[in-house]
Design a protein around this ligand. Sequence first.
Ligand SMILES: [Zn+2]
Length: 133
Amino acid sequence: MKKTYERPVVLANQTLAEGVFLASGGDCYTTSAYIHQSPETGRGDFRIQVNADHNADHNSNKNQCLHITFNQPVNYKSSQGTLESGDGTCTLDIAYAYWNNHTDHIGLGDLVVESEPGLAITFVWLEDRAKQY
Ligand SMILES: [Zn+2]
């Protein structure tokens, strides 16, 4: 099994009305994330939608890790994956266990974090940790 760990190149970073959208290339996923719900005032929960497109010559065997970085520290609240590390810091690492075929479009669902006002996503990448050829 081939395993690589490469930082992707940021392809686009634009501010939308509902939050920040960002797409990353590199490795085998194109990943995007945006904040679609923010607290009305003060510190609170931010809901983030994460999507990924698998563009690969292999399938992904139930072992992925989402790396998402913010402009300020966050506290992890919930997701459809399992938090591995980063609670209380600017970067969360969250494990997922999907079977992804080589051309799948994956909705990772809501990631909920708590933070101060002004939260922005600065980097996102879904890592494939179990490539199956
Ligand atoms: Zn892959």
